[in-house]
Design a protein around this ligand. Structure first.
Ligand SMILES: Cc1ncc(COP(=O)(O)O)c(C=O)c1O
Length: 387
């Protein structure tokens, strides 16, 4: 058994650091080198070394990342893409055909909704939104014989609703559909959907997996080998792969996911306590709060409750925008999951593409991605911005 295979059976942090890669046999390089090559010398026609012939099909830096992703999500195979949306599109085209149907979250990430509504729909894939927190609503949205995908985010973006992965897997499988879980918000450190019955995990690795806001990427991890073959075929045929530099950065970030997530969670919990007591905050949305409607399910399937917090302010949209603009340690910006704290107004920013649809988000909502800075500085910043 190679070092990486042996380590694949170890604890999370050990896998994050060792799975997917054995020190390079030629040089002993401890970290996967950036294989900046498009093609590979063959030992005679068809004589591939280690299966490498062309870097769209496979590249060793990407292979290492794909291996560790599979090990952390406890899946059979991982696939790395140029972005989260590229991963999503590849999966949809690998599984669905014109005339098929998908159930999607009624508060999906705006870009995912746009992909289904404005792109995949034109290729004949219908979709119906349903609340991921309501298993009966998801069951009711399924069209027997047509629904191929039940797509879930948990926690959702930005309202942090929680879907019961085990129950939703049963509902999807009853109907002959696959359960896809976008695990971007939780990260594999806090939640492993494949172990709860999901068929596919999707990531925007741009977020917690990469963790340093320096690279855009996406991933799929599957547990069935036949599905893996279909995804591999479509990954190569469509070609929206992660390049070697991006794979290197993402893999480097992933090694520290465990310790970063614990600090994200510690800081988020302190900020939630602060916001809950603040007179200008009308509601704090965090799955770790006992009053959150998804708290019991989140406690069952997540290790901790994550670094994303949403809250609503008493002064409506005007105050929400002012808080976003007044924050200084929190950077006003889209995205999430980096070491630095970010603040945004979903209605005008990340979720502008769902304005006027049934996925529209409240105008007084602020979303924060709590970073790993000193908690007191983050709280002081919010205090000033709210004041
Ligand atoms: C939950 C979720 N899924 C998917 C995506 C899309 O990923 P990317 O921006 O890497 O294409 C995002 C991006 O914000 C996201 O938040």
């Amino acid at each position: 058994m190679s070092t990486s295979e042996h380590k694949a059976k170890s604890g999370f942090e050990t896998r994050a650091i060792h799975a997917g890669y054995d020190p390079d046999p030629t040089t002993g390089a401890v970290i996967p080198p950036i294989y900046a090559t498009s093609t590979y010398k063959q030992d005679g026609v068809g004589g591939l070394r280690g299966g490498y012939e062309y870097s769209r099909s496979a590249n060793p830096t990407r292979t290492a990342l794909e291996g560790v992703l599979a090990a952390l999500e406890e899946g059979e195979r991982g696939f790395a893409f140029a972005s989260g949306l590229a991963a999503e599109d590849t999966l949809i085209r690998a599984v669905c055909r014109p005339g098929d149907h998908a159930v999607i979250p009624d508060d999906a990430y705006g870009g995912t909704y746009r992909l289904f509504d404005k792109v995949e729909r034109n290729w004949g894939l219908a979709h119906s939104p349903a609340a991921v927190s309501d298993v009966d609503a998801v069951r009711a949205a399924i069209r027997p014989g047509e629904t191929k995908l039940v797509w879930v985010e948990t926690p959702t973006n930005p309202l942090l609703n929680i879907g019961d992965i085990e129950a939703l897997a049963a509902v999807a499988h009853e109907a002959g559909a696959l359960l896809v879980v976008d695990n971007t918000f939780a990260s594999p450190y806090l939640q492993q959907p494949l172990t709860l019955g999901a068929d596919v995990v999707v990531h925007s690795t741009t977020k917690y997996v990469g963790g340093h806001s320096d690279v855009v990427g996406g991933a799929l991890v599957v547990r069935d080998l036949e599905l893996a073959e279909q995804v591999a075929f479509h990954q190569n045929s469509i070609g929206a792969v992660a390049g070697p530099f991006d794979s290197f950065l993402t893999h480097r970030g992933l090694k520290t996911l465990g310790i970063r997530m614990d600090r994200h969670c510690d800081n988020a919990e302190k900020i939630v306590d602060f916001l809950t007591a603040h007179p200008k905050v009308s509601q704090v949305i965090y799955p770790g709060l006992a009053e959150h409607p998804g708290h019991t399910v989140a406690a069952k399937q997540m290790k901790r409750f994550g670094g994303m917090v949403s809250f609503r302010v008493v002064g409506g949209e005007e105050q929400a925008l002012a808080v976003c603009e007044n924050a200084e340690v929190f950077t006003l910006g889209e995205s999430l999951g980096g070491v630095e704290s970010l603040i945004e107004h979903p209605g005008r920013m990340t979720h502008a593409s769902v304005a006027g649809t049934e996925l529209e988000v409240p105008a007084d909502l602020i979303r924060i991605s709590v970073g790993i800075e000193t908690a007191d500085d983050l709280i002081a910043d919010l205090e000033r911005a709210l004041g």
